[in-house]
Write a protein that binds this ligand. Structure first.
Ligand SMILES: C[S@@+](CC[C@H](N)C(=O)[O-])C[C@H]1O[C@@H](n2cnc3c(N)ncnc32)[C@H](O)[C@@H]1O
Length: 200
């Protein structure tokens, strides 16, 4: 399987440790270095390579049964054309019947009702306080506060669940299963994260 947004390597390492053959890619050399260090630390056998979502097929020659893009990563993209191009690249690197698993913050909730988090599955630690400092249909800027003097900001595109499902369908995925915080049955505004599992 292929993790196209490996970041620090958390998911790639867990998946490799559970017995899967894993390749981890990311567009940032800095993050790849973190994955390398963490894979070594946790004795996980992972192939690691730099690849941008928009040009995945330039780098990835193999075809995979599963591709994951987790941690609200895909919402780094801000334009419809970029979503369609990135998802199209994912589609190409999947085997027939392969699955693409992509998650996102519950932006429908953030936009319509305001940000809230149960900290049940995501950001469960006590070290960081997370809150949005800007919310509108065009962007959500999150603040990650570790202490009064240590704050980081991340600006993401608040893509609505149905918008992302639409891009997956338009690309050609034949079936999409949607989960809210890993549950099949959920109220639209209840989950912290939405996970879409798209089948080629
Ligand atoms: C929010 S992090 C998620 C990391 C990891 N999946 C996790 O859940 O901990 C998003 C990652 O996507 C990567 N990324 C952003 N834009 C990218 C692009 N166009 N191509 C490849 N990677 C990209 C970033 O470098 C970052 O490591």
């Amino acid at each position: 399987m292929l993790d196209i947004a490996c970041g620090t390597g958390y998911h790639a390492i867990q998946l490799a440790k559970s017995g899967l053959e894993v390749k981890a890619t990311d567009g940032s050399e800095e993050m790849l270095e973190k994955t390398r260090m963490n894979a070594e630390k946790h004795d996980a056998d992972i192939e690691i390579e730099k690849a941008d979502w928009l040009n995945l097929t330039d780098v990835i020659e193999e075809r995979y049964d599963a591709v994951v893009c987790l941690g609200n990563a895909l919402t780094h993209l801000f334009h419809e054309d970029l979503y369609l191009r990135a998802i199209g690249e994912v589609y190409e690197v999947l085997n027939e019947d392969g699955i693409f698993i992509v998650d996102q913050r519950n932006y429908d909730c953030i936009l319509d009702k305001g940000y809230d988090s149960k900290h049940k599955y995501y950001y469960c630690g006590q070290e960081v306080e997370i809150e949005p400092v800007v919310v509108n249909e065009g962007m959500v800027k999150m603040q990650y506060m570790f202490s009064e003097d240590e704050r980081y900001y991340l600006t993401m595109h608040p893509i609505r669940r149905e918008e992302l499902s639409g891009y997956l369908k338009e690309t050609g995925f034949r079936r999409i299963d949607i989960y809210g915080d890993f549950e099949e049955e959920f109220d639209k505004y209840d989950p912290d994260f939405i996970i879409q599992a798209a089948y080629k």
